[in-house]
Design a protein around this ligand. Structure first.
Ligand SMILES: [Zn+2]
Length: 723
């Protein structure tokens, strides 16, 4: 989450200090572990109860600081006591929220989830009064015209500009009754968002299919059948002698890919795609329609043409038209590769079918692909895995990027402690015994830039997927602290067997490591302008950049080492890996582009193109030139796309492709200069990584590349000759 958004959440929550102090008992003193400080957090001292107390204390502290800003006389205005003070007003609240989010994601305890919910409701409760917010807004508006503004540096001016845009988006410029209208819209949007999410999740749990005829599952592997039979028995279905097999949304994809009986594949495909449709009993279409109406009302209330324009205002794109033009341009450029891919697919299906097909049943697509020879469908992963012992891969990834960017990494001693047990000297406390911690130093100056925890393997109660989380932003030269979270292939239960990662693990790890580098290296003058202060449509650039190296032969030669022989990955396997990638790129590329186009069009042109029409029909019409020709219509992907219903990613799916364009462009410069070239690495660090969000991303990109981003390098990956 953008730090500025947290600031605004609090700014709007303010009640006058006198009323807050006088009318309610003072909350318990905040517990030190939750408030920012130097050094590593004392995780064992953090509890759900003191997290709630710390939230209350942080809100009170924020109110007092905002009241002090509102009480300033115009002659007293400076950058530090107005805009900067406004940012600093809720530093402790941001810190508490950050730790709370983190712990609720990594610790298996309902108490942490409850504490998170409590924190949300405490913050929401304070939103009901906005006296201090109004006063602070008036002060900031007056300060924006004050003489000190003429003396500000470019970084400070950018900071002021972004803060004022954020505050306007929160409605502070509106009269009080319009602000109430805005608050009501925001509340309904949040309710719709959670209804959408629970519909989607409930549907994925509700659907199941019980098969009692073994013939209907021919082609399914024995271990899969055993698991499906055990799942059925757990529900009291089938017996040892007369087994039944239970298929759930989690296993339906296996059936669609492997089962030799078309009718079973068809039934599973219908079930798996029913989420968010009327068939599932929880239709998301009315929720999407109402959301689009409300977003339009909200955007026009704030003076924008539509919601997509409002969301793009503080991004690199600047407006929605530019974002849509970018997506349309990529769709046009990708069309020849896509048409070649579709023609090839129809040819293969026709060959197996025995007659020329112009469309294929969607439930046959992956089944037919899986019947192709391994060369064409990316089954080399198993051959590569023995070359990826976990410890070697992780330490080499750091060394590799250390050499490119001029950094070195040091593993620190760690301990996971019980509450009340003191932490040994020179030891970093962690929240789980498997968590490690690394310090990052500048090789030339030996300056400690930051440290990061790695929590890489799944365990009960830990959130799925992979993510990176900033935990502390150091002021000035003070180091930052970040957590790199993932769910990679876990160590084997048998300690004698090697702990190996897959290439997909390496790719995920590299992606998150890109985020970590971006978060740790930025040390701008203003803490608020760290990496998370950059435009949202730039934040995936570092991660996409670093992940590009996991297909580079020169990088693979260092990252891989056979667990038994010590040999690096043979050249022919690196080639096959690259071929797998080329073959598998175009379909997800087009899926994402189509989703990004639909996402933008919905938020820009709801009234003209979608209102009163079937979402499935309108979306199919819009995206027809770039869709696989299927024998029957498929439900619109937006019905289950949680991203598009969240505030952060609404009208912003394009950012993934935009960041890919920038990353491929920069990667191509490295390919020209040398993939491990430290001079190019130093230039990249100086122009982009070190700056964080203190300079507009477009200017940082231009500093490094000497021009604006161009899509040619990315498009080269999809050329039909490469398929
Ligand atoms: Zn990412």
């Amino acid at each position: 989450m953008k730090t500025a958004q947290l600031l605004l959440a609090v700014l709007l929550t303010c009640t006058p200090v006198q009323a807050a102090v006088g009318s309610a008992p003072a909350p318990a003193l905040a517990q030190p572990p939750f408030f920012r400080g130097d050094g590593y957090p004392a995780w064992s001292q953090m509890t759900p109860a003191n997290a709630v107390a710390a939230t209350q204390a942080a809100i009170m502290e924020s109110e007092q600081r905002l009241a002090a800003i509102a009480a300033l006389r115009p002659a007293e205005y400076t950058f530090e006591n107005t805009f900067l003070a406004c940012y600093k007003a809720d530093e402790n609240l941001r810190q508490v929220q950050g730790y709370l989010y983190h712990l609720s994601n990594v610790v298996a305890s309902p108490a942490w989830q409850q504490a998170l919910g409590r924190m949300h409701s405490i913050v929401a409760m304070h939103k009901s009064s906005s006296h201090a917010a109004e006063q602070v807004w008036a002060t900031l508006q007056a300060a924006a015209q004050a003489p000190f503004m003429q003396q500000l540096s470019a970084e400070q001016r950018l900071f002021v500009q972004r803060m004022l845009t954020d505050l306007r988006h929160r409605g502070l410029e509106l009269p009080r009754e319009k602000r109430a209208e805005l608050a009501a819209i925001e509340l309904e949007l949040r309710q719709l968002g959670s209804q959408f999410s629970s519909n989607t999740q409930a549907a994925s749990k509700r659907w199941q299919l019980v098969i009692t005829d073994r013939w209907a599952l021919q082609g399914m592997p024995e271990p899969w059948l055993k698991q499906a039979a055990a799942a059925a028995q757990a529900q009291g279905l089938g017996t040892e002698r007369q087994p039944a097999w239970l298929i759930t949304p989690a296993t339906a994809g296996d059936v669609v890919r492997c089962c030799g009986v078309e009718e079973t594949r068809h039934r599973c495909w219908l079930g798996a795609t029913s989420a968010g449709t009327a068939l599932s009993g929880a239709d998301n279409e009315p929720i999407i329609a109402r959301t689009m109406e409300l977003r339009h009302q909200l955007a026009t209330l704030l003076g924008y043409r539509h919601y997509a324009d409002m969301m793009a205002a503080d991004r690199m794109m600047g407006n929605a038209e530019r974002a849509l033009a970018f997506v349309d341009d990529l769709l046009t450029r990708s069309k020849p590769a896509w048409d070649a891919y579709v023609a090839e697919k129809l040819k293969r299906h026709s060959r197996l079918h025995g007659s020329k097909l112009t469309a294929i049943p969607p439930w046959n697509e992956t089944y037919v692909d899986a019947m192709l020879p391994p060369r064409q469908h990316g089954s080399h992963a198993a051959a590569i895995t023995p070359y990826l012992p976990a410890e070697h891969v992780i330490s080499e990834l750091m060394k590799l990027w250390g050499d490119i960017l001029g950094l070195h990494f040091e593993k620190l001693p760690t301990a996971c402690l019980k509450p009340g047990v003191p932490c040994p000297a020179d030891t970093v406390e962690t929240w789980h015994p498997s968590v490690q911690c690394f310090a990052v130093y500048d090789t030339a100056t030996h300056r400690h830039l930051g440290s990061f925890y790695t929590d890489l393997y799944p365990r009960p109660g830990k959130r799925s997927q992979a993510w990176s989380m900033p935990l502390q932003f150091g002021e000035g030269d003070a180091p930052h602290l970040v957590a790199l979270m993932a769910n990679l292939s876990p160590p084997p239960a048998d300690a004698d067997r090697p702990h190996l990662l897959t290439h997909a693990d390496l790719y995920l790890l590299a992606h998150e490591f890109g985020h970590v580098l971006h978060l740790l290296l930025a040390h701008p003058e203003l803490r608020a302008q760290g990496a998370m202060g950059a435009e949202r449509d730039f934040l995936e650039f570092p991660s996409h950049l670093v992940e590009s190296w996991v297909w580079e032969p020169a990088a693979l030669a260092r990252l891989t080492r056979h667990y038994a022989t010590g040999e690096p990955l043979p050249h022919h396997l690196a080639e096959l890996l690259a071929a797998d990638r080329r073959h598998s790129l175009i379909a997800p590329h087009m899926q994402l582009l189509c989703a990004a186009k639909l996402d933008l069009e919905l938020n820009m042109h709801w009234q003209e193109k979608f209102r009163g029409r079937s979402l499935d029909v309108a979306a199919a019409e819009l995206l027809a030139p770039w869709q696989m020709p299927y024998t029957q219509p498929t439900p619109c992907a937006m019905r289950t796309m949680l991203h598009c219903m969240s505030e952060g990613y609404a009208a912003a799916l394009y950012t993934y492709k935009w960041c890919e364009v920038m990353a491929a462009d920069v990667h191509a410069r490295f390919q020209r200069d040398g993939i491990l070239n430290p001079a190019t690495g130093a230039a990249l660090r100086h122009a982009i990584f070190d700056k964080g969000g203190s300079r507009p991303a477009a200017a940082m990109f231009r500093d490094f590349m000497g021009r604006a981003p161009q899509p040619d390098a990315l498009m080269k990956r999809y050329q039909p000759t490469n398929l």
